[in-house]
Write a protein that binds this ligand. Structure first.
Ligand SMILES: Nc1ncnc2c1ncn2[C@@H]1O[C@H](COP(=O)(O)OP(=O)(O)OP(=O)(O)O)[C@@H](O)[C@H]1O
Length: 313
């Protein structure tokens, strides 16, 4: 019944000597969805992406890519493109020549392979005839994405594609991935940035020390939060602190720690207690000038889940 999935992984295990990089990992990626992989350093994200790209073979478990069992060929399965640990490029060739060489390797005519189109999509038209050797990290990432696009993949696998991207580069890359997904391609990408995942992904899997600690829609992750820290800026920080300390369900954590932010208060609590605090501030004629989570609800959920796993709680 899951034959339509772009990725269906069940109970995947992968070890490097004594290190268990992946431990009983399940992953479902539907066509047309952008699925984020998050987790602390060493959690197993790159290892999992490498398995999807055919760069390594799992020690145990079942992996189906685009409906077929993952082979043991150490090559990207048909319809799959992407990169881990940065794209492989020819430094002495220009961006355009790199893409032409890749097209030729696949037996395609460079003139009809769509090189100009993919360069335009990733925003590299202006540097198309510059050598890749001089490219910044963000430009190399974009050229790697252009190379993947040339193959018109049905599954795109990217390890930290936003690394090194400036805001314009990020806009190009996000636009490309969103359009690909809208056309039915499944996308799996890793990122350390919750704001990127939030901007791009419909689903997310969080790994911690090789195990899945959350997998599902992004909205569900944000909703898993308990108490959050909120920054509250008011017209009278001392009066606000006294009121907060006397409000049931609210703990005053401290200032934000930022030297310019002495006027802000940080409180911890659930939303209903926070509502009560705001009502009491207003009743006391204290103006509320700002009220915002100190870290995004997603980031807070991520930290709680991964810390829980690492401390064994
Ligand atoms: N080729 C390898 N040989 C030995 N150990 C490896 C190898 N590749 C990965 N590991 C180990 O497997 C674990 C998972 O590594 P992996 O690179 O998949 O994590 P990651 O989540 O991608 O980390 P990061 O966020 O730092 O990129 C780590 O403990 C790592 O040291």
């Amino acid at each position: 019944m899951d034959a339509h999935l772009a990725v269906r992984a069940r109970g995947i295990t992968k070890c490097f000597g004594d290190v268990v990089a992946l431990d009983d990992v399940d992953l479902d990626v539907a066509p047309g969805r952008i699925h984020g992989l998050a987790g602390p350093n060493g959690a197993g994200k790159t290892t999992l992406l490498g398995l999807l790209l055919g760069l390594a073979v799992a020690d145990g478990g079942g992996l189906r890519i685009l409906g077929s069992p993952a082979g043991r060929a150490f090559a990207a399965p048909d319809g799959v493109a992407g990169f881990v640990d940065g794209p492989g490029l020819y430094p002495a060739l220009t961006a355009r020549q790199n893409l032409a060489a890749l097209a030729a390797l696949r037996g395609r005519d460079a003139r009809t392979a769509g090189i100009d189109e993919v360069l335009d999509q990733v925003g590299l038209t202006d540097v198309a005839d510059d050598r890749a050797r001089g490219f910044s990290l963000g430009m190399r990432q974009r050229l790697g994405l252009a190379a993947a696009l040339l193959t018109r993949p049905r599954l795109l696998v990217l390890d930290e594609p936003s690394n090194g991207l400036d805001p314009a580069g990020k806009r190009h890359v996000h636009g490309v991935l969103t359009r690909l997904a809208a056309d039915g391609t499944g996308v799996v990408l890793s990122s350390h940035r919750m704001d990127d995942l939030e901007a791009l992904c419909s689903d997310v899997t969080i790994l911690a020390t090789g195990r899945v600690v959350f997998s599902g829609p992004l909205g569900k992750l944000a909703a898993e939060n308990g108490e959050l820290d909120y920054r509250v800026r008011t017209s009278d920080v001392n009066a606000a602190r006294r009121l907060a300390a006397g409000t049931a369900g609210i703990r005053v954590v401290d200032g934000t720690g930022a030297p310019h932010d002495v006027e802000a208060l940080v409180v911890r609590g659930l939303v209903p207690a926070l509502d009560e605090l705001v009502a009491r501030l207003v009743q006391s004629d204290i103006a509320v000038r700002e009220l915002a989570p100190v870290v995004s609800p997603l980031e807070a959920a991520f930290l709680a889940l991964t810390e829980r796993q690492e401390t064994g709680r």
